[in-house]
Design a protein around this ligand. Sequence first.
Ligand code: CA
Length: 358
Amino acid sequence: MKRRDFIKTASIGSVAVTSSAISTEANAKKAEHKWKMVTTWPKNFPVLGTGANLLADSITEMSGGRLKVKVYGAGELVPAFEVFDTVSRGTAEMGHGAAYYWKGKIEQAQFFSTVPFGMNATEMTAWLYHGGGMELWQETYRPFGLIPAAAGNTTVQMAGWFNREINSVKDLEGLKMRIPGLGGEVLKRAGGTPVNLPGGELFTSLKSGAIDATEWVGPYNDLAFGLYKAAKYYYYPGWHEPGTTLEAVINEKAYSSLDKDLQSIVMNACKIVNQEMVMEFTAQNQAALDTLVNKHKVDVRKLPDDVLTKLKQLSHEVVNDLAGSNPAAKKIYDSYEKFSKQVKAWHDISERIYYNVR
Ligand code: CA
């Protein structure tokens, strides 16, 4: 009996060794890929930069090192606003940023980041993945050899930092403010001057008086940039960015060269990070706001109702004009609006009522 057991064990052991050797050999034959990920964020910046790091690390780990992704912060390989072109050219295989940064190139891309007074984070993600938004986004980036993915969301932002009080619509006139995307167009119609600057340049621009106001994200990110040292008033709500989708862009040729399992890993890692950022902002924002108010004595104010009413009216004009300006924008806007109407109706009797009664 003893001898038979010994033979059995030895034979099982030997089979195991052989099969493991085969599988190692098979893995070794699979191509290894090394990708660069360029980003619009300062390296390791909380949530945005660390979210990009998490995306890269997740892909590297889930692929068992078969697809290694290395992250470059803004300015390391290319400047922040060259991410789209760099990945389109294939100089980097992947990028992380936001679609509204490319509005000078593709106006309608702005719908895939955020719309003033539009959908929030949950609603945006639902539209993209369950409402036809993603197919339209893919169609929009296809001519550039890029595949988009939602890879983060800021949730509702703050209206921003102002070095003067905003008591009426008149106070927006002549206001030079860093505000990207459609929100910038709205400010222009209100008489202000929108400028777009990468995050890393906000503090200096505001402190030096080159701009009168800036928005960035929310308390957690704004505290990290020290914006409270450059302006006195911190206004809410972030009417211009109610749930901004951050994007991953992937070079189509590089993606096609991957095995199916690696393609799935890339796309699913984006989904994980999309949710991870929402969780982190949700967990951190109030503590950061408490620090801004209690420690740094920031003057936190709500924008006056008549200012918000005016901005909302102008927002509708801006979005409708964009939709009317080209057929591609109209197609996206129609899909966005249709989804928005039905999801808002549902949220009116679920989320909204619940917020009011809890
Ligand atoms: Ca912002």
